[in-house]
Design a protein around this ligand. Sequence first.
Ligand code: CIZ
Length: 430
Amino acid sequence: MNNATLSVDTEIQLITSGAPGVSGSTCTPELADGPWVFDLQPAPSYGPGASMADPIPADTPRQGQLPDAYKTASKDELDARIRAAKATLGDRVVILGHFYQRDEVVQYADFVGDSFQLANAALTVPEAGAIVFCGVHFMAETADILARPEQSVILPNLAAGCSMADMADIDSVEAAWAELAEIYGTEPDADGRVPVIPVTYMNSSAALKGFCGRNGGIVCTSSNAATVLEWAFERGQRVLFFPDQHLGRNTAKAMGVPLERMPMWNPRKALGGSTIEELEDAQVILWHGFCSVHKRFSVAQIDRARETHPGVQVIVHPECPMPVVDAADAAGSTDFIVKAIAAAPAGSTFAIGTEINLVNRLANEYPQHTIFCLDDVICPCSTMYRIHPGYLAWVLEELVAGRVVNQISVADDVAVPARVALERMLAARP
Ligand code: CIZ
C-alpha cells in the first residue's frame, strides 16, 4: 500500500486500527477519535495533534455539543448531507478550505488557500451571505474584518483555535508595550522614526491586529514578512514582532539583522527575560511564541532525507526554527511551497517541512514527483483537525434552516484599527 496517496485522516485510522500492511506512526492515537470527544471534556484542550501539549488560555472559545446525528453519521451520509445543503444554499454560501485542513473537508471548499488568500477570495463572492471558514479562529476573524457588513463568517468548530496565536494575548502585549515605552520613551528620533513599530503575524487575534492599527503598526504574512519589516524599519528604530519568534528571526536574519540584536520577549518574565542593555541595542524584539507543528522539524530529519533521497530538495516553512531553515534548500510560505512544486520538472523529489495535510495533498496532486513530509510521524495541526465533516454538515444544515451558528464577529472598535493594519500591509511594497 502506498501511504502517500491516502488522506491524513485515512492514514491515521489505518495506523491506529493496526490494519495489516500499514506502516507509520502517529503522535497520539487520540487523533483517530471524533473531535467532539474533546469538545465535551471538562478541561478545554487543543485536542490531539501537534499543539496538544501547549497550555490553553482560560478564555479560549468552547464548542457546544454537536448534535448526535452528526457524530454517528457515516462518511457517505455526511457527504450526501453536505452536498445537498450546499446545493440548496447555492451562491448564498461560500466554503473556504485552508491548505492545512483535512482532505475530507477540503473536498467541499469553493476556494483552497492560505489564510489571507481565503479572506480575499470570499470578497469575490459578494452574494454569499455566509462564509464558512474551514480553518482556525484567527482566520475567521480576518475574514470577518474584510467581509461586507451583511456577510456572516462561520467557524464550523469554535474549538479550532491556534496555539501560536494564543501565545500573544492583548493584555500581555499591552503590558510589554508599556514597559518598552518606559525604556525607549515615545518621541521620534531626528529622522522622525518612532522608538518601536509593532508588527503582528497574520496568525494572531483580531485584538492584536487592532493594537497594531492603533499604534502605527502593521500585519505581515509569511509571504511578505521581509517587505513589512523594511516598511517598519523606515518608520521605527526597532520592531516588536509577535507572536512567532521563528518567522521574525528567520526573516530579520536574512535581511542582515545580527542575532544579538534580536532579544526575546517572554511575557512571563521581568523585562521579557532580556536585559536593559539587550533591549536598548535591539533591532527586532521577538515575542516568545512558536508554532507547534513547525517546531517538530529538525536538522536530523533533513540529514536523513538527504541520505535516503540523494538530490532531494528540502523546502521548509519560515515558522520552523532557524537551524532548520538554515539547513534547508529553501524556506517559504505555504503559497511558496505550492508554487515551487508546481513549477518543478517531472521526477523531482521534495522533502517538505510544513503541515502534513498540505504535504500529502501535494503528493497526491503531483504524482510525477516524489513528495514527502520531513517528519515521518503523522502529527497534524491539532486545531485545524477539530474541523470534521460532521461540523460542516451541521453549520450548513443550520443555514438551510435559516440559522447562523458559530458566527465569528469582530466588534468595530477592534475591526476598524485591524483593517488599518491590514491596509498598511497591502500598501507596503518591496
Ligand atoms: O497564513 C497562513 O495561512 C499560514 C498558516 C501560513 C502560510 O504560510 O500560508
